[in-house]
Design a protein around this ligand. Sequence first.
Ligand SMILES: [Zn+2]
Length: 345
Amino acid sequence: MPPRAIGHPFEVPPAEGEAVEVAQGILWMRLPLPMKLDHVNVYALDEGESWTIIDTGFDSRRSRAIWQGLLAGPLAGKPVGRVIVTHHHPDHVGLAGWFQAQYGAELWTTRTAWLFARMLALDEQDRPTQETLAFWQGCGMAPDILARRRSERPFNFADVVAPMPLGFQRIREGDSLTMGGRVWDVRIGNGHAPEHATFWSRDDDLVISGDQLLASISPNIGVYATEPGADPLAEWLEACERLSAHSHDEQLVLPGHKLPFTGLPLRLRQLIENHHGALERLLERLQTPHTAVECFGVLFKREIGEGEYGLAMVEAMAHVSHLHQSGLVTRSLRQDGAWLWQTRQ
Ligand SMILES: [Zn+2]
């Protein structure tokens, strides 16, 4: 059978402070983000006397105020008893600690997500570390951008993530949990964030996917100074293949960004093929040696502005590094500390 198209049963996202019921007892809401990707989706599942919420948005005065309005309005004054966080990125975990500290909510997430979030929230830096500077140099960051970022306060997790008190409930691959009147299987994704939780309803065709499964944008796959030898693209491709086995056309996927969608089998195939296409273009480009940054053109096929330079760089690094670890590309260190990658002849 030919793959069905990707569908969007809910075409209009909820306005700020409002909620859309996407299935019985499941509300979809949005929090703003001050970036090119200007929102994150969050969900509330009705537990009768309380709510389970999935993901939280950044910690900011504005987000807290929006949540307070949501709690009093669409959430009808019932408390949030449990916060489930899909992965450790700040747009998802940002207010988890606030819900714990202010409202006595429980935090449920994967062990890796919790450890990463709490570690990064405590790791405040006024200037980039030596390791980060060396890593940026290794990527081939443009000298003017490197010079400027060297003397600026870098992005700090703690700026947009509320302090996280001790204590969480671990969820892991193979668990099942009850929320919103349904039983959900936990399946773990990887590649965008390590040990990223997704939830698959046994009772109806719903999937809560965080950033593991998105419809109209491709989740960022990045290598960072924390683990320069990582191969997140291999982990991403493995997760896409594994999750494909559980996908079918009728599922409504509730993602962390953009619109809910159907057509998951096709979307997973696209997500895999996009990367294979990019890897082929890279092998061609690397017939002559280049840095990761010099591969922006073939990878993204558009101009990369400074606002997305950092994300583009870690994504380019993930792709060249994957080719290197697959044995298809060699690398050598240029005098200025940048890695030059070249397709093995
Ligand atoms: Zn996200």
